[in-house]
Design a protein around this ligand. Structure first.
Ligand code: MN3
Length: 204
């Protein structure tokens, strides 16, 4: 059985960058539904219900074909949102709004500067047509930016995503309406770079 993790901070903790109502609906209803539908799709399939969610994403080809699409969408939704909540934190302002140490070095070596990285990430997020995610992916410490449709994840391709941004309209529409780029720019203020750095170290 998979369970909905609680948010590691309050619903209003990311304000003014992400509003309380969006966080409440997004976590309780959207993420909650992915977990519920995943458990329902896997009813009677104990082997898969016992897996860690990232292991399940890597073994989708073993899931019976008649439920595979349902499992892919809902397991992806569960894994992606679990990571999304953890790689955000209440705004610190000033210091804390940029990576440091090994992660910053890797960003600079892959993208030039942190600011050039942000431009490329924004481009990936706004050019994703329809619903999906933008990702910072680490391949043995080498960084790249990717985007995926729907609830697909780089983990399904056996890659390590160390940071992900939800660009489904439900993630920003109440506050930003159609202005996805403004949402991305606001989100930078609440990225938990310490957590991303930890994910990076694990991937190396
Ligand atoms: Mn979402």
């Amino acid at each position: 059985m998979f369970t909905l993790p609680s948010l590691p901070y309050g619903y209003n903790a990311l304000e003014p960058y992400i509003d309380e109502m969006t966080m409440k609906i997004h976590h309780d209803k959207h993420h909650g539904a992915y977990v519920e539908n995943l458990n329902k799709a896997l009813e009677g399939q104990q082997e898969f219900l016992d897996m860690d969610i990232n292991t399940l994403l890597k073994k989708l080809d073993k899931v019976p074909e008649e439920i595979r699409t349902k499992v892919r969408n809902n397991a992806g939704g569960h894994a992606n949102h679990s990571m999304f909540w953890e790689t955000m934190r209440p705004p610190l302002g000033g210091e804390g709004t940029a990576p440091t140490g090994n992660l910053l070095e890797a960003i600079n070596s892959s993208f030039g500067t942190f600011s050039q990285f942000q431009d490329k990430f924004l481009e990936a997020a706004v050019s994703r047509f329809g619903s999906g995610w933008a990702w910072l992916v680490s391949d043995d410490g080498k960084l790249s930016i990717e985007s995926t449709p729907n609830q697909d994840s780089p983990v399904m391709e056996k890659k390590d995503s160390i940071l992900g941004l939800d660009v489904w309209e439900h993630a920003y529409y109440l506050q930003f309406q159609n202005r996805r780029a403004d949402y991305v720019k606001a989100w930078w203020n609440v990225v938990n770079w310490q957590k991303v750095a930890k994910n990076f170290e694990v991937s190396r």
